[in-house]
Design a protein around this ligand. Structure first.
Ligand code: G3P
Ligand code: CA
Length: 238
């Protein structure tokens, strides 16, 4: 279960087949024999760190509602939110987990919870937020981290996109171990440039089979995040 360069990562669990970021989607990823599960974390008003992607549910911000209220809102949409602790306990011994920190503000607390359940070779951490990755490495330089690129609606689009197509400075500053661009950022020999700098590339989120083939065979990426891990496994042979 150790971190490998070549991986099929089930995005928010196998979220093409079950509700994203739930234990059901995690189980589907395990059944499909994905190498890793990607999941997102946020925190509720009463301090529960939960597996949830969006900032809000049914128009209510997680930072304004309790964990109980979050579950009530989730029930209306027919799913159940898991806490980070529940997610970690569920995957332990079964599959590698890739935890995306959606926010800054409780990095130390989240890392402590993760390390209470998992060894460093059982997880890694991704974020679009450079400051989060810097804090993770300060807490423990042996935790494997990835810098996510392809932020949606950045405040300064030109500057952000340039820093994503040419992320060298950000990679050095965050001390990230690998780089994780949106597939549309694979421009100007991105993979070749990154590999030359000794960075592996993990591309998100590729669901379309034609794009999966292009990413694997033209761009030579062998670490792919997908809602449908089985589609990637058809082409990424190990
Ligand atoms: O793994 C990267 C991907 O999860 C980032 O985007 O919005 O799906 O969390 P998003
Ligand atoms: Ca994510």
């Amino acid at each position: 279960m150790k971190f490998k360069k070549k991986m099929v990562v089930a995005h928010r669990g196998a979220s093409g087949y079950a509700h994203e970021n739930t234990l059901l989607a995690f189980q589907k990823a395990i059944d499909l024999k994905a190498d890793c599960i990607e999941t997102d974390i946020r925190r509720t008003k009463d301090g529960f760190i939960v597996l949830y992607h969006d900032a809000a549910i049914n128009g209510k911000y997680l930072t304004d509602i309790t964990f109980g209220e979050l579950q009530e809102e989730a029930r209306k949409k027919d799913f159940q939110v898991a806490t980070l602790e529940e997610g970690l306990a569920y995957v332990k011994g079964k599959i590698l987990i890739d935890i995306e920190f959606k926010e800054d503000g409780y990095v130390e607390e989240a890392v402590a919870i993760i390390q209470k359940h998992l060894r460093n070779d059982e997880f890694f951490i991704r974020s679009f937020l450079d400051e989060v990755l810097i804090q993770v490495k300060e807490i423990d330089p042996n935790i494997i981290t990835a810098l996510l690129l392809g932020k949606s609606n950045p405040k300064n689009p030109i500057r952000t996109r340039l820093s994503e197509i040419f992320p060298g400075r950000r990679l050095r500053r965050t001390k990230a171990d690998f780089v994780s661009p949106h597939y549309r950022l694979l421009k100007f020999f991105f993979v070749t440039r990154m590999n030359f700098g000794k960075y592996s590339v993990s591309v998100w989120t590729v669901n379309d089979e034609e794009i999966i083939k292009k990413v694997i065979f033209r761009h030579k990426v062998d670490n792919i995040v997908s809602d449908y891990p089985d589609r990637v496994m058809k082409y990424l042979h190990k």
